[in-house]
Design a binder for this molecule. Structure first.
Ligand code: PLP
Length: 407
């Protein structure tokens, strides 16, 4: 008998269900000729959101000079642009040597956890989460411990719950702001509370701020690193995928601020792993300076009259008008995380709900438990499709739910 090729044991508990069985079913249906409306991932380009021209022009112009590997942390001009950008936001003492460019934020999230975690080390991750944080922690040998975000409190982190989950193995706290999947934008008070806890327990803060430029109705987005100062080591993650609509170019950064002196070994580890992956995609690095320094066209999409704001308003209002569905508003990002009345619909599995909706109405959403949320009564809706598409999709959702009984 030929020997079977098995995946490594370290993958045993690694999950990434937002691209799991429901998506596989959707792909099968597409292969069979069905048109599926994808409300499942935050990928702006397929919905007609184009990148600013200046970014494309800059990349094209620089292609001839982007053939070789760059410095493993990234090209100097782009890292300097990141430093300057954060300086304007009030983040102090960020050195260009502490900025790393990556193939999207995703690569840098994995890299920073790989460099930190020993078996048994715990990372506090929000529930619901962006599941890469949990998966990458597990893959790194660490343990993701989830702290609650409270729907009835605008999906704010429950700081008492967060505090109660700290043990002598806790190494860091992940804060996703603006949040995927809930759309929450955290107040100064909440962020200061997290910083206080991190300072008391000597924890690192991992601030995932990839949606920092996508806020609505004047919601104030406060960069975590403006609050952590010299007390708390803060790793800030952001990039071009969302605000500049170039998710496919894979361009993100990590900026490390705070007491570097006590993290020399960790920072050496990050540098080692950065060296081992050679460098991030160089043409996309060239887009960073132009993106951060140029016209911020994202504002035209999120301000009143803007396409993203109109889509968010419609999705929020229409979801709340459906019998058995309720939803908190999203002050930022690209998502709503509505709640289903499980008793009314007899829901025991949110994944089954997503599959049933897909099969009956050809609408693809992500079920709440894919975001490490422990009750089967939520789903995430991406409001990137046009107002017309969203309105039609939500009519279909209403029709589907009017007759839905899972058990
Ligand atoms: N962090 C959050 C909260 C996200 O929602 C995403 C993508 O959806 C990422 C990170 C990954 O972004 P990137 O395209 O930069 O890898």
């Amino acid at each position: 008998m030929p020997k079977k090729v098995n995946q490594s044991e370290k993958l045993a508990n690694v999950r990434y269900d937002v691209r799991g069985p429901v998506l596989e079913q959707a792909e099968k249906m597409e292969d069979a000729g069905h048109r599926i409306l994808r409300l499942n991932i935050g990928n702006p380009a397929p919905f007609g959101f184009e990148a600013p021209d200046a970014i494309l022009v800059d990349m094209i112009k620089n292609l001839p000079y982007a053939q070789g590997y760059s410095d493993s942390r990234g090209i100097f001009s782009a890292r300097t642009a990141v430093v300057q950008y954060y300086q304007t936001k009030g983040i102090r003492n960020l050195s260009v040597d502490d900025v790393y460019l990556g193939n999207g934020v995703s690569e840098l999230i994995s890299l920073s956890l790989q460099a930190l975690c020993d078996p048994g080390d715990e990372i506090l991750v929000p529930a619901p989460d962006y599941p890469l944080w949990t998966g990458a922690t597990t893959l790194s040998g660490g343990t993701a411990v989830h702290y609650k975000c409270e729907e009835t409190d605008g999906w704010n982190p429950d700081l008492e719950d967060l505090r109660s989950k700290i043990t002598d193995r806790t190494r860091g706290i992940v804060v996703i702001n603006p949040n995927n999947p809930t759309g929450a934008v955290y107040s100064r008070e909440t962020l200061e509370g997290i910083v206080r806890i991190a300072a008391e327990h000597d924890l690192i803060i991992f601030a995932d701020e990839i949606y920092e430029k996508i806020t609505y109705d004047g919601a104030e987005m406060i960069n975590m690193a403006t609050l952590t100062g010299e007390d708390v080591l803060c790793l800030t993650f952001s990039g071009l995928s969302k605000a500049y609509r170039v998710a496919g170019y894979r361009s993100g950064w990590l900026a490390i601020t705070g007491p570097n002196w006590k993290a020399e070994s960790y920072l050496e580890g990050i540098k080692l792993l950065s060296n081992m992956r050679m460098c991030a995609n160089v043409p996309a690095q060239h887009a960073i300076q132009t993106a951060l320094g140029g016209y911020q066209s994202i504002n035209d999409l999120i301000l009143p009259g803007g396409r993203l704001k109109a889509q968010r308003d419609l999705a929020y209002e229409r979801l709340n008008s459906i019998d058995g569905v309720s939803c908190e508003p999203a002050a930022g990002a690209l998502y709503l995380f509505p709640k289903l009345d499980v008793e009314k619909f007899g829901i025991v599995s949110d994944e089954q709900f997503a599959l049933d909706l897909l099969k009956e109405q050809k609408i693809l959403i992500s079920h709440g438990s894919a975001f490490n949320f422990d009750t089967a009564d939520h789903f995430r809706l991406v409001f990137l499709p046009s107002v017309e598409q969203l309105a039609a999709a939500l009519d279909r959702l209403e029709e589907f739910l009017s007759g839905y009984q899972q058990i």
